[in-house]
Design a protein around this ligand. Structure first.
Ligand SMILES: C[S@@+](CC[C@H](N)C(=O)[O-])C[C@H]1O[C@@H](n2cnc3c(N)ncnc32)[C@H](O)[C@@H]1O
Length: 184
């Protein structure tokens, strides 16, 4: 049902998709994070801006219970509460700061995929000081966020560089560690 709703509201209308910042995350980005975090299987993960489940599918492959919600299916993250241990997402860029502030207050581990230069901004200085990530993990490749739209076998020339920011309760000294692209 969720899948069908997304096809109607997101998949068939590029204008709406772009307005909601609908860019599915290529699986290798989530695999790189999961190989780094090595989370115990019994933790419950919430993906609160799940789009068409590009991240969720990988998280479930790691045998986690995953709660998948999105504004497209009636759950505005900023207005929604869930019981979970971990929050992992690639948030809508324009409201990413609100996502971060809420997430770090409701889960012990939070990971957000953000543009690499995300913290290079005066307006985010206070956010970083108040909620310092335990890790900033730049990806050493440029993910192709249009991969689902390309004809099979065709490669794009992606330009955006991204990094995971990870918050771990009680761990406030930021470490910077590049992640290599995993082979899938
Ligand atoms: C960049 S896409 C990422 C989708 C998915 N997380 C992934 O990585 O493939 C951002 C998603 O945020 C959703 N979104 C935008 N505003 C939201 C909100 N306030 N609450 C929940 N989801 C939201 C959009 O519908 C879109 O699916």
């Amino acid at each position: 049902m969720k899948q069908i709703a997304l096809q109607l509201t997101a998949g068939n209308n590029k204008g709406t998709r772009r307005k909601l910042d609908f860019y599915p995350t290529p699986p290798e980005c989530t695999v790189a994070l999961m190989e780094f975090l090595k989370l115990p299987e019994d933790l419950i993960i919430w993906e609160p801006a799940c789009g068409n489940n590009a991240m969720v599918d990988v998280l479930r492959d790691y045998r986690h219970e995953v709660i998948a919600t999105d504004i497209n299916t009636g759950h505005d993250y900023l207005e929604t509460k869930m019981d979970c241990d971990v929050i992992i997402t690639n948030p809508h860029f324009n409201i990413s700061a609100d996502f971060i502030k809420k997430a770090v207050n409701e889960a012990g581990i939070v990971a957000m995929l953000l543009k690499s230069q995300y913290w290079h901004a005066k307006k985010r200085y206070d956010l970083f000081k108040k909620f310092p990530p335990a890790y900033v993990l730049p990806l050493t490749w440029r993910p192709d966020f249009l991969y689902q739209e390309r004809e099979k076998g065709k490669k794009g020339a992606p330009t955006m560089e991204v990094a995971w920011s990870v918050w771990i309760d009680g761990n406030e000294t930021t470490k910077y560690l590049p992640l290599n692209k995993p082979k899938l």
